[in-house]
Design a protein around this ligand. Structure first.
Ligand SMILES: [Zn+2]
Length: 188
């Protein structure tokens, strides 16, 4: 086996040639990618240059980018900690400060003590200071103002946010770039 193949991953596109998801960017291990290609489950769009894996009798190219043959309908966005922070672009929704996930907290806009539920439309990212200040009050009672009303994002909305974040860029392999749509912010 070629030693350089190690951690290579295969970018997985939907049948419309867009990534299945941007957050995280949809990819498989190269092994999963190769198996899917050999089983004709996906279309191989690009292979890694000069990378081969060998069996006793054959050498295989390693898929860099594949596409599904049939369009996979996007599911609703999972209500997870990461996705809430992503929707809110890692900004406190009261003061607007941008911070690392570890420094952000969740805030129930309508406090739990007043019947507020844990749902997309009642949870926002908040810095520790504002969360403390708000406590179990409503924003108005605490003298705080939401930057915008929380909402359930569509997969597409979350994708467009993820594409703009530097964390998305770090996960990219150079070989994939031709197959990803870049907005001007990223190409600069
Ligand atoms: Zn804040």
């Amino acid at each position: 086996m070629n030693t350089s193949v190690g951690n290579l991953r295969t970018l997985v596109l939907n049948a419309d040639m867009q990534p299945l998801s941007w957050a995280p960017l949809s990819s498989w291990t190269w092994q999963q990618g190769l198996v899917a290609v050999l089983q004709h489950r996906v279309i191989q769009l690009k292979t890694y240059e000069d990378v081969f894996v060998h069996t006793s009798s054959k050498a295989f190219e390693v898929p860099a980018v594949v596409a599904l043959k049939t369009y996979r309908k996007r599911k609703r966005v999972a209500f997870t900690r990461f996705n809430v922070f992503l929707r809110d672009e890692f900004r406190c929704q009261y003061c607007g400060a941008e911070m690392a996930a570890k420094d952000l907290t969740f805030d129930h806009v309508v406090p739990r003590s007043a019947g507020g539920v844990s749902r997309w439309d009642n949870i926002v990212a908040a810095c520790g200071r504002d969360n403390l200040r708000k406590g179990s009050k409503t924003p108005k009672q605490a003298g705080l103002r939401l930057m915008r009303k929380p909402f359930e994002p569509t997969p597409r909305q979350l994708d467009s946010i993820a594409r703009r974040l530097p964390v998305a860029k770090d996960a990219l392999h150079q070989t994939w770039l031709d197959f990803l749509y870049w907005d001007s912010e990223l190409t600069k």
